[in-house]
Design a binder for this molecule. Sequence first.
Ligand code: FES
Length: 338
Amino acid sequence: MSEILLEGGAHRFHCERHDTVLGAGLRAGLGLPYECTVGACGTCKFELLEGTVESLWEDAPGLSARDRAKGRKLACQSRPTSDCRIKIRLDEACRPLDPPRKQPAVFVSSANITHDIREFRFRTASRAAFLPGQFALLHLDGVAGARAYSMANLANDEGEWHFQVRRVAQGVGTSVLFDTLEPGACVTLDGPYGMAYLRKEPVRDVVCVAGGSGLAPMLSIARGMADLDMLATHRLHFFYGARTPRDVCGEAQLRVLAGYGDRIVFHPAVSSVEEAAREAWIGYTGFVHHHVEETLGAGFTGYEFYMAGPPPMIHAMQEMLHVRHAVPASQVHFDRFF
Ligand code: FES
């Protein structure tokens, strides 16, 4: 166990031998800044003033050449090998409401959502404590590093964690989940993490935009709105961007929520013109961010936006919302994984 002291001396926390600076700091309830937790975004950079750390991923894209030249490190990819003193900017917005826990989780069952997205259900001995829209890290046997997957369900006392995962060609993590893992197998689950969780205040109509396996956190947001009775007074526009008609999903899960078809409206979009024509798709054809813009039309600042999906979709949505419609960043929520 190492002790981490923050510059200025106002905060210190302990870090277990196999934990990261980020994980240990959040477990101690501190607001260490982060987004992806997997080395990609660079939000968790810090300066090592004293002591030593080992890096879990030397070439992590979250650090630029300039960062490396200046000796900066990533808190999510650094394991202390001695007591350390570090310089990092705390962010109150990142202080966890449910501090992440590392615990064993048993694989219970799985079911197909589409031809390449499957829901995997795990159970922990203690309560599944998280906010709608958050994610957890799964440590799988035989897979180097953790994989970040969002929960599709809501917090519960039964310890149920439901993840919807898209099979990635040659993906080591997904091939273990899809092909190897048997019910009863145990993995290590570390969570919750994530800042793109459902805000209860201020209450606005909500727009969820999902692409690929970004469906899971958006479903959790929709279920959270239903659970909190937010749909009694506000609307949810739920957009799903797929490449082909057979990739479209989400409607079946939304249909069972009270208010579907009235307060909840599902808007699927298919981006491949050829596939749409071949399968006689009668819905919207084009990119999902265009579908959002054309459907809402005006008054974009009157909505709270949540989104999860491939980086090009996130970039296109950001440009559309911030540049063309002046939506403040405080009303747009997503976790950056790339
Ligand atoms: Fe550490 Fe993204 S690089 S949180």
